[in-house]
Design a protein around this ligand. Structure first.
Ligand code: ATP
Ligand code: MG
Length: 361
């Protein structure tokens, strides 16, 4: 899969800009605050329908303007596809696939696939379990439409179940909870089963890729909390049992204390938790290895690599790690943003795009 062309209109600091990318490595360079991440964000938007930055969507409209547009043309094993998003100040965004508006946001998924790394991705290692779940959710939603819808359903039911748990009326809670539990366990079982399968694939890839980037100096392992295992049906009944066993505790705390919304990933280097003991560079390498593993899983699923976007990934990696990383990613379309193109070894031999104040120069 490659993205060939990206057009931006009133998107963040761009009034009008057109990017042409080629296969292999593309370097988008420029000083701080010139629009590098904005262009990477636009691509991710076309892949998933939302921003990788936690923002209010209307913020993407250039200040002082009333609308914004992103349009991209990608080419995959299945042919070319055009995806567009129109943002408006006063109404919801419109997503178009091959110029036809789609009704559900989920329909944008799977047209252009990307794996996005940005410095915020370090949260994947450093911060709360929520960020690691988000990693799984973003990736699995692109791979499996069923996952995306199960996740939406799960979140809705969880909210309703939590509201019920906060009720003063104990009888009402005890009467109604079993009904919510069945729906929650159904959506939850789908999520857990897919995550389990994903982590089983992710771990060996991540370990191998980490070795590639570090030159074999370190060994990375990823493990999920395999609390529930087996088929989706088996997980359904295990999870349902866990929910009913926790009824008293859930009523006491006023929220749902078990389920995939509480799961975590354990990421270790040489057997030690990277989150607690890893250096900045080690954490960055580990998060890049996870992202590369994600790209490999896409290839297994779809028969081709996704577009890899490495936003500001090079800083903090030493020279050797940089060149091993570049050697590895050459085989897929990779869009690298960095302040100086020199951060990519042999940068002259790749497609170089320079941005300055929202313009290509
Ligand atoms: N809606 C908007 N309208 C106008 N400008 C915007 C809007 N949103 C963001 N910007 C501007 O875009 C610029 C940031 O661009 P971006 O994040 O792409 O920078 P960058 O080139 O990646 O820089 P860095 O090297 O610091 O990461 C900022 O100057 C910001 O004010
Ligand atoms: Mg940036």
């Amino acid at each position: 899969m490659i993205i060939k062309n990206l057009q931006l209109t009133n998107f963040r600091n761009y009034t009008q800009a057109e990017f042409n990318y080629c296969e292999g490595i593309n370097i988008v360079s420029g000083g701080n605050a010139q629009g590098k991440t904005n262009s990477a964000e636009a691509i991710f938007f076309l892949c998933t329908g939302y921003s990788p930055r936690a923002v209010r969507e209307k913020q993407v409209i250039k200040r002082g303007e009333k609308f914004a547009k992103i349009k991209g043309v990608a080419s995959s094993l299945y042919g070319d596809v055009t995806v567009g998003i129109d943002f408006f100040e006063d109404k919801n965004k419109i997503i178009k696939v091959n110029e036809v508006p789609v009704q559900k946001i989920g329909e944008i998924l799977g047209n252009i696939n990307s794996v996005f790394f940005n410095p915020g991705e370090l949260k994947l290692i450093q911060e709360a379990p929520e960020d690691r779940r988000r990693f799984l959710d973003v990736s699995l939603s692109q791979i499996s439409g069923g996952y995306f819808y199960a996740l939406q359903t799960y979140k809705k039911i969880l909210l309703q179940r939590n509201n019920l748990l906060k009720s003063e009326d104990r009888e009402l809670i005890l009467d109604t909870l079993p009904v919510w539990d069945i729906s929650l366990a159904k959506a939850g079982a789908k999520i857990i089963a897919e995550r389990n399968g994903y982590i089983k694939m992710l771990s060996p890839f991540a370990g191998y890729l980490h070795e590639e980037v570090t030159g074999g100096g370190e060994s990375l392992t990823v493990k999920g909390d395999y609390k529930y295992e087996g088929s989706e049906e088996e997980i359904f009944s295990q999870f349902l049992t866990a929910l009913s066993e926790r009824t008293e505790k859930d009523i006491e705390t006023g929220y749902t204390t078990v389920g995939p919304h509480r799961d975590d990933l354990k990421i270790k280097i040489n057997g030690v938790d990277v989150r607690v003991f890893g250096s900045q560079g080690q954490q960055r390498t580990a998060s890049i290895a996870l992202k590369l593993a994600e790209a490999e899983i896409f290839r297994e699923k779809f028969g081709e690599y996704p577009v890899l976007i490495l936003d500001d990934a090079m800083s903090e990696l030493d020279k050797k790690r940089r060149s091993r990383l570049i050697d590895y990613v050459k085989k897929m379309q990779t869009i690298i943003t960095c302040t100086e193109p020199e951060c990519v070894p042999n940068y002259q031999s790749y497609n170089n795009i320079v941005v300055e104040d929202g313009k290509l120069v």
